[in-house]
Design a protein around this ligand. Sequence first.
Ligand SMILES: Cc1cc2nc3c(=O)[nH]c(=O)nc-3n(C[C@H](O)[C@H](O)[C@H](O)COP(=O)(O)OP(=O)(O)OC[C@H]3O[C@@H](n4cnc5c(N)ncnc54)[C@H](O)[C@@H]3O)c2cc1C
Length: 415
Amino acid sequence: MTEQITAQACVIGGGPAGLVFALALAAEGRDVIVVEKSEDFDRSFRGESILPDSVWLLDQLELLQPLRDQKVLEAHGLEISENGQPLLRVDFRQFDQPQPFPMEIPQPMLLRVIADAASRHPGFRILRPAKAVGLLRDGGRVTGVRCRTPQGELEITSPITIGADGRYSKIRDMAGIEHQKTPLERDVLWFKMPYPQAWEPNRYRIRINQDRHAVFLPTHPDMVRVGFNIPKGGLKDLRAAGIGALYTRMDELAPELGALVRENITSWSDTMMLDIFTTVVPQWSIPGLVLAGDAAHTLSPILGHGVNHAIMDALVLARLVDQALAGPDTAAALDRAATRFQLVREDKVRQARDLQLRQEKIFTLSSPLTTLTRRSLYRMINALPPVKQRVLGRAYFTIPQVADPVAEQLQDVGA
Ligand SMILES: Cc1cc2nc3c(=O)[nH]c(=O)nc-3n(C[C@H](O)[C@H](O)[C@H](O)COP(=O)(O)OP(=O)(O)OC[C@H]3O[C@@H](n4cnc5c(N)ncnc54)[C@H](O)[C@@H]3O)c2cc1C
């Protein structure tokens, strides 16, 4: 017989969006269940660069200290150079913000810390491994999910189901929610190796060479995470050329790392490809179900905005769902909450996506005239501190670092 469970909220996906939502709602005394298909939180490469705003939010949620105890890494500066010429240097200490530094936090560590904090609330449950395989419906309303676990099938009934199942969301498909997927012109290949000893620590580096670029992000423990762009779908050709093709690309962008790359990256299996696309979902909810995080809006990895928006989505949605659960006519109130959630969040996400696409366009310039313009632009920004503050501020500080940024966002749209 199929096991039956009920909860006040059922979340599909134990990523940053799903877990922060569950933590925030369970902290209000609600009964919330997270369904996660993976047995553990281990994932490499993804979601490590956390914007200062999210670091601030993690601090507000009392998660920052447990993360610091595990020695996460704070980035103090950023530098962009082209063909060995420094163009732009940023010192995050110059931003007058309570929390000015981005951080590098491996996602498994982040997820474990969120789940541990959530587990301290009696209303929180996580089921894993458990895969959502179908939606339960009553007339036109989603009333929960059907899951497959190693012990058998179970059904979770809930007044609200949250699809936080990431960039390839199946919940979105099951719900029949339309989305527009737009591939970017280029993909990114990632690898990790020891942090170069000669490099100043705690700095992000972006190296450009015509229409090629690579990012070098220091990461825990004493490593550097390298991401370099390749033409869309170009991995097959690159691999066919042998691992020497990767060395050549790296030699163009960071010649001083030649020996380190050759020593540590010996085959393509030491690398990981990220298919870059953005997803726009015109309507994030249907009655009884709402999408959040990457499922609602997949962003490109440029400037590391994905986790930021996943966390902010989670906090706004948890506040609205909690209020809806407190009143009469819960079903109607939850549907209004879902609509309001999209209204509050969608514009912020659009701003981030537009910023990322502009930055990606700048990186793809290749003609002598356009690359000269790019160099002049970066040098001009570098030379004018107020402009630097404004331009970088838009990329790195997107949420007011106040005691209750959720209330501020709700007020912003008059919702
Ligand atoms: C290679 C890579 C590098 C990245 N680097 C950065 C970065 O540096 N900074 C940054 O901010 N963002 C980065 N991102 C993006 C970031 O990881 C995402 O934006 C963020 O994780 C989104 O959180 P989420 O909770 O919405 O989705 P996810 O983190 O994708 O979580 C979704 C969860 O749902 C689970 N799931 C899926 N289907 C089901 C199902 N049917 N049943 C049960 N569970 C299911 C998955 O196992 C997963 O745990 C990167 C992404 C990738 C792929």
